[in-house]
Design a protein around this ligand. Structure first.
Ligand code: ADP
Length: 401
């Protein structure tokens, strides 16, 4: 076992988190159970990790209202915290590196963020480890994708700051490609560095695995989940997933390899494509808790949020196993622009057998915005039944069923 570099569990009383969205809020709940204090840096006083706290927890020592990339604010956060972690990775890395040299402890370390922040560099890193990734290349409006080796349909991605499918564009033909580039004619800033192209993977299913490594080098892998994305945004996740044994082993091996190669401390969300002939491609890794791990709160012995805190604090990792036969998590995405707490819909969802509603308390609903999620615990591991439950939950939430 490795010796811990930096603060140990006995030293850590307060964890700082950069970002104050629902991931930070759910981490706060886990921190309370572990007897840990948390402080956050977030730009918006209406973010879930601010509004869902009692007023005495909203003092400057607990909430620093500042941009995610404001490293001066992170320096203030560090005055009250023994370790700093991330719910949002869109930080100012060079500025944080200066803080690191001054002794601020970031977990995961900044080298983990550096490897994944730019999707093109992330792909290069994954390929350098020998992992299968979709074919990819940098692309500019002047490039002919066919000459780069990419046929339609193809996928163009923003190299930076993409999330929830915001920076991912599946283009079917030359016309759609031309229309895509036309959007940037009025703003050609950095256009040569902004995008990458990749082969469209005709996957049979999308999978994900949450993988944790603690400051002592201990590793815990969660059960693989199947996720379903509509228009590039996650709609639901189900567990467990029955896979051929070599595929299961391959996924666990790649998750372990990634954690160790990155020297990661904390949890990683690893998104995968599974092809009809059981080949596995890594789509993306996130250096933090992840939407595909939300069902761990209600369905696993240790939630991803508690696990992440355990890992960054150097505590022993918890048991990641499912404690039920199966579970389905359905995102409650905004379907209109409105100010509503959707109390009646939430009540109907809460009445669904074995359902737990997690409502983030966001003031404004917008189409596609993640407003909450529902987890339903299942008495069987049957995939069709789990998908049927996801559809019933969606029918209760979305006005058009
Ligand atoms: P984000 O980081 O915004 O979540 P992703 O790169 O994960 O974006 O892409 C979002 C979704 O788009 C994926 O879950 C998948 O459904 C689809 N997608 C992304 N890349 C590909 C690809 N190369 N082939 C097929 N579908 C893709």
């Amino acid at each position: 076992m490795n010796v811990i570099q930096g603060p140990t569990a006995a030293d850590i009383h307060q964890v700082g988190a950069i970002g104050g969205g629902q991931l930070a809020w759910m981490m706060l709940e886990a921190a309370q159970r572990l007897g840990l204090e948390m402080a956050i840096q977030t730009p918006n006083a209406h973010d879930p990790a601010v509004i869902n706290r009692s007023p005495d927890m909203q003092s400057e020592k607990k909430v620093i209202l500042a941009r995610i990339a404001d490293a001066k604010a992170t320096a203030r956060l560090a005055q009250h915290c023994q370790v700093i972690t991330f719910e949002n990775e869109f930080v100012d890395l060079p500025a944080l590196k200066e803080l690191e040299t001054q002794g601020v402890c970031f977990r995961p370390g900044l080298s983990v963020l550096a490897a994944v922040l730019d999707k093109l560099e992330q792909r290069q890193f994954l390929r350098s480890l020998g992992l299968s990734v979709p074919a990819f290349a940098a692309i500019t409006p002047q490039d002919n994708p066919q000459a780069l080796g990419f046929d339609f349909p193809l996928v163009i991605k923003s190299r930076r700051h993409g999330y929830d499918g915001q920076g991912t564009f599946i283009l079917r033909d030359e016309v759609e490609l031309q229309e895509f580039w036309q959007r940037f004619e009025s703003d050609p800033t950095d256009i040569a560095q902004r995008f990458m192209v990749e082969a469209f993977v005709p996957f049979e299913r999308e999978l994900a695995i949450m993988a944790a490594r603690s400051a002592t080098g201990e590793i815990a892998l969660y059960p693989v989940v199947e996720t379903y994305q509509k228009q590039q945004v996650c709609r639901w996740a189900i567990a467990p997933v029955t896979l051929p044994s070599p595929t299961q082993t391959q996924i666990e091996t790649l998750a372990t390899k990634l954690l160790e190669a990155l020297d990661a401390v904390g949890i990683l969300g690893i998104e995968l494509f599974l092809t009809p002939d059981d080949r596995v491609f890594v789509n993306e890794i996130a250096p933090r808790t992840h939407n595909s791990g939300h069902l761990t709160i209600d369905a696993c012995a240790t939630s991803q949020f508690e696990q992440h805190l355990r890992a960054v604090c150097g505590l022993p990792l918890g048991d990641p196993a499912l404690k039920v036969a199966g579970a389905v998590m359905v995102n409650l995405l905004g379907f209109e622009t409105a100010q509503s707490d959707y109390i009646e819909k939430r009540q109907r969802l809460a009445n669904f057998p074995n359902a737990k509603v997690h409502w983030y308390g966001k003031a404004d609903a917008k189409p596609g915005r993640k407003l909450g999620h529902v987890t339903v615990l299942l008495e069987s591991a049957d995939r069709d039944s789990a998908i049927a439950v996801a559809q019933q939950i969606e029918a209760l939430w979305y006005p058009d069923g």
